[in-house]
Design a protein around this ligand. Structure first.
Ligand SMILES: Cc1ncc(C[n+]2csc(CCOP(=O)(O)OP(=O)(O)O)c2C)c(N)n1
Ligand SMILES: [Mg+2]
Length: 570
């Protein structure tokens, strides 16, 4: 029996587990849209394709399922690009159906012609065109399989005439995905055990590869008497129910995590590929375990790197480790972490002038959010506050753009979370800059009736950039934002909306906002002078701040300096 290629593509996506396809329809995509309409895959119309890609990658991350996006030729499928980078960097299995002009016109600069193969090569694990109708099933299968197996984006370019053509002899290629258990060899295990058994001050450093390995990591840390520091991406997996936790290192981290890593003599790195080299110890012996062989030693030289899943590697390693009795290194950093948490408890509060620091807003949201809430946070100060002040518990998850570092990720990612997790509370911590960037997709939230809760951290500026500029000794340059009343805008678009400016009203407003049955936006005027302080007092930022204060005073802005000092240092 003959079959149309558009149907073959959609049938294959469906059999590969796709549940939602996000996009904007148009010309070359129309036949595929018709097939999608007849399938079990739900089409989600977005207002900007970039938002669709953010949504799809968040859905793929939280469910592990392949998720699709699809666009019309030229600008339609080009618009996904930033969200596709985000997806690929987050190892989210996403397939982009990039429809294309007809084959006959390719290569002649036809209207809307874009060479997607060139454009998407650097942000995908698969990027190819279906050249003939006979290739359709096989190529769609391999695209889906690659996205799932290599965990990333597959871009499938489909010329309109190929979608419209039919295949007479359709061969039954099907998507195969297996879940192998990867363990290092006996020799490798013996070698890393020997290094760890010789350590005196051992620290564990966990990354996102620690997902699902909580029990094994705690057992190893207990045997080695090691404190456990983690990356931001591992917060969801390692912070909760962990008596050895000393929090994050890195710019968002705290001093316990930061100093433990720099002062240990032996570091066990588990599924961590943290990019900033200055946070690694220079003198310690480092053992690295990672499922991806290309990650071994790529950030900082390591003593021994082995390939394996964290859970299964630690299971095999555990019997080879000697039980240590001296826990003084671990205990010292646990005490330091407890002290940091205690100080934070007091410090993260309403401003004395009744203003609302972004950190305090985040803490209040965390206190009132559901036990299993899903959070998204915009790049900028909202992500910094989310990782520092959202309490996790093994059920909550935080999604921010930590690897690609893009603005505007929060609100559209929450669309994918809520579409795939309709029974969970989804909360978006948005910047005023971030939310404005893809503002149109607030309408998608309304159209889809998604009960997402959005908090806009309105500091009237591109705050994070302003902090960077101040740390470099610059006066703030091009960072100001003239904002509307975001609550009024939300109401005009069909969401619930309210504005809060005074700390005394915050808690009640947060409760009312979270209790709203539908989509709701809380517009919060946060203190614009709050800085994100690093976990150390580095000389460079300190000099930068001193220069900034001098320049600001010289420019007649002593008031700004006083506000900043009062908010952050007094
Ligand atoms: C797409 C994109 N453009 C620019 C940047 C650089 N950048 C990083 S954070 C930021 C400011 C974000 O401002 P806002 O959303 O208001 O958050 P705030 O830091 O003020 O809380 C900018 C411009 C980026 N990361 N991504
Ligand atoms: Mg801002």
């Amino acid at each position: 029996m003959s079959k149309q290629v558009a149907d073959i593509i959609v049938e294959t996506l469906q059999s590969a587990g796709v549940r939602h396809c996000y996009g904007v329809v148009g010309d070359t995509l129309n036949l595929i849209a018709r097939s999608l309409e007849r399938s079990t895959i739900e089409w989600v119309s977005v207002r900007h394709e970039e938002a669709g890609a953010f949504a799809a990658q968040a859905e793929a991350q939280v469910t592990g399922h392949l998720t699709a996006v699809a666009g019309s030729c030229g600008p339609g499928s080009l618009h996904f690009i930033n969200g596709i980078f985000e997806a690929n960097r987050n190892r989210a299995p996403v397939v982009l159906i990039a429809s294309q002009i007809i084959r006959d016109e390719l290569g002649f600069d036809f209207i809307q012609e874009v060479d997607f193969k060139q454009v998407y090569q650097s942000c995908s694990v698969f990027c190819d065109m279906i050249y003939t109708a006979e290739q359709a099933r096989r190529k769609t299968v391999i695209a889906c399989q690659t996205a799932l197996a290599k965990r990333g984006v597959a871009v499938l370019i489909v010329p309109a005439d190929v979608s419209a053509s039919t295949v007479h002899n359709d061969v039954p290629y099907a998507v195969h995905v297996s879940d192998p258990v990867v363990q290092p060899s006996k020799g490798d295990l013996a070698e890393i055990a020997e290094i760890l058994n010789k350590g005196e001050n051992i620290a564990v450093y966990g990354g996102s590869g620690c997902h699902g390995a909580h029990t094994e990591i705690l057992a190893v840390a207990e045997k080695l008497k090691a404190p456990i520091a983690h990356t931001s991406r591992a917060k969801d997996f390692l912070e909760h129910d962990n008596p050895y936790n000393i929090g994050m290192t890195g710019m968002l981290g705290n001093e316990a995590g930061y100093h433990a890593l720099l002062n240990c003599d032996t570091l066990l790195m588990l599924g961590a590929d943290f990019a900033w080299r200055q946070f690694y110890p220079d003198k310690a012996k480092i053992v690295q375990v990672d499922i991806d062989p290309t990650h071994l030693g790529r950030r900082h030289p390591v003593t021994k790197g082995v390939v394996g899943g964290v859970k299964e590697t630690l299971e095999a390693l555990l019997p080879n480790l000697n039980e240590r009795s001296d826990s003084s290194f671990r205990d010292a950093y646990l005490r330091r972490y407890a002290k940091y948490k205690e100080a934070n408890e007091v410090k993260i509060a309403a401003g004395r002038d009744g203003s609302i620091p972004g950190s305090y807003l985040t803490k209040v949201i965390s206190q009132h959010a559901a036990k299993d809430a899903l959070f998204t946070a915009d790049d900028g100060t909202p992500a910094a506050w989310a990782y520092r002040h959202i309490e996790t518990n093994g059920q909550r998850r935080i999604f921010a753009s930590l690897l690609h570092g893009t603005m505007a990720n929060g609100m559209p990612s929450s669309i994918g979370l809520q579409k795939s997790q309709p029974d969970r509370q989804v909360i978006c911590l948005a910047g005023d800059g971030g939310i404005s960037m893809l503002f149109g997709d607030l309408m998608t939230i309304v159209q889809q009736a998604l009960p997402i809760k959005i908090a806009v951290f309105d500091n009237g500026k591109l705050g994070f950039v302003e902090i960077e500029q101040k740390a470099e000794g610059m006066l703030d340059t091009f960072t100001k934002l003239k904002n509307p009343n975001f609550a009024e805008v939300a109401r005009a678009l069909g969401l619930w909306g309210q504005t809060v400016s005074k700390a005394e009203q915050l808690e009640d407003a947060v409760k009312v906002w979270l209790a709203e049955p539908g989509p709701a936006l809380l517009h919060v005027h946060v203190n614009p002078m709050q800085l994100v302080m690093p976990p150390f007092t580095a000389v460079e930022p300190a000099i930068g701040m001193a220069l900034y204060t001098t320049r600001a005073v010289l420019h007649g802005r002593g008031g700004d300096v006083w506000e900043m000092v009062k908010e952050n240092f007094l």
